[in-house]
Design a protein around this ligand. Structure first.
Ligand code: COA
Length: 349
């Protein structure tokens, strides 16, 4: 009897990677640095550079990279039109479609980053129609915050940056692994990013965050939290924002975002209910809150509408996808496992 890999490839190492990992103490690490340490000291651009190029940028490299992001952020008329035609659809569908219409055949890091740089404006055009407004702000976080909310708010921009950093990279998660499968066939970067966007949409991966928020904004007290959790568990329903393939005790990204939430919005009812819900679910089933759980509320309290959440996740994770596309192509072997066939083999016409 052939041996099957565990269902969902749980616990299986399928390749080596130098991009990110979770260390023995449960910390997420990008290229050797603990994310929660660097996120308070480095900008989105610095960390994106670190993830994509494998080292921290010098000040000249950072200037060049930041300018490259800015120069490549603008959309062609064609892209604006495609986004506008799809206005009102889920923003991840719009991102997937506009990205798939781009023509990028080169596989060098710059070409990959040039796709990533366009995500904020694609999101803007998909949500609002029409061309994006004149660029405001010097940093990625300021420009993105402005496109999402139409307001300049340096403090909230800084907070947006923190969650973008948390979302940026997470080794062989489902969308990244799907991207690596596509990259392994030597398909171009546009094909690979389109695969990743399609995979991110599912509620077991990126699509959990909106559902979490709707619930958190409805409940008023601990009693309602208990009732909701007990009912879901009796019906064996999954509670969005809880559980994780890698983090069985604590998701360090969720704890980091929770820390900012509790400090910044100590009297907010939804924040207090969320903290109680995390404790209650842990007590009942030892399931940890994941980044989507606190992330959705965090984005809401930054004044960002729910329709944007998954696409914000994508706009950050795409910088991880850049690194994985390059890594896969630099030492490639087509990813092509086997199926253990359990159907019939002896039918006759
Ligand atoms: N609510 C209730 N029970 C959950 C749960 C949740 N959110 N997540 C996991 N569980 C339970 C499962 O029912 C299972 O219980 P059992 O052993 O009694 O059957 C056990 O925990 C293991 O879960 P499983 O689904 O096998 O883990 P996984 O590693 O395959 O899946 C997720 C990980 C993230 C897909 C899963 O936890 C989930 O669906 N979470 C909700 C969606 C979500 O928040 N996604 C965002 C991820 S960042």
């Amino acid at each position: 009897m052939q041996e099957l890999a565990p269902k969902g490839l749980e616990g299986v190492y399928v390749d080596k990677s130098e991009i990110a990992t979770t260390d023995k103490t449960g910390n997420l690490v990008y290229r050797g640095y603990k994310v929660i340490d660097i996120s308070d000291r480095l900008s989105f651009e610095q960390i994106a550079y670190l993830v994509d190029y494998g080292k921290l940028p010098t000040s000249d490299e950072l200037k060049t990279f930041s300018k490259f992001l800015l120069d490549n952020s603008r959309l062609s008329e064609g892209s604006v039109k495609i986004a506008e035609l799809m206005k009102g659809r889920n923003l991840i569908d719009i991102l997937r479609t506009v990205v798939s219409s781009l023509q990028v055949d080169s596989v060098d890091a710059e070409s990959l980053v040039s796709i990533a740089a366009k995500f904020p404006e694609i999101i803007y055009c998909g949500a609002n129609g029409g061309s994006p407004p004149k660029i405001k702000g010097n940093s990625y976080r300021e420009r993105f915050y402005y496109l999402l909310t139409g307001t300049d708010d340096p403090e909230k921009g800084k907070l947006l940056e923190k969650i973008l950093i948390m979302y940026m990279e997470h080794e062989f998660n489902a969308s990244t692994f799907a991207l690596r499968v596509t990259a392994s066939t030597l398909a171009d970067p546009v094909c690979a990013f389109t695969t990743a966007l399609a995979t991110l949409k599912g509620p077991l991966h990126g699509g959990a965050n909106s559902e979490v928020l709707r619930f958190l904004l409805k409940i008023r007290n601990n009693e309602e939290v208990r009732k909701y959790v007990d009912t879901a568990m009796e019906k064996k329903e999954k509670i969005m924002g809880f559980g994780h393939r890698v983090y069985k005790d604590k998701d360090p990204r969720a704890q980091y975002i929770k820390g900012i939430l509790v400090k910044t919005f100590p009297d907010n009812l939804a924040v207090r209910n969320a903290v109680f819900m995390e404790e209650y679910i842990w007590e009942k089933k030892k399931l940890a809150a994941n980044l989507d759980f606190y992330g959705a509320l965090y984005l809401h309290l930054l004044g960002i509408e729910e329709k944007y959440y998954l696409s914000i996740f994508a706009a950050a994770r795409v910088f991880g996808w850049v690194a994985h596309y390059s890594e896969q192509r630099s030492n490639n072997k087509i990813i092509r496992p086997l199926a253990l066939y359990t159907g019939k083999t002896d039918l006759n016409l």
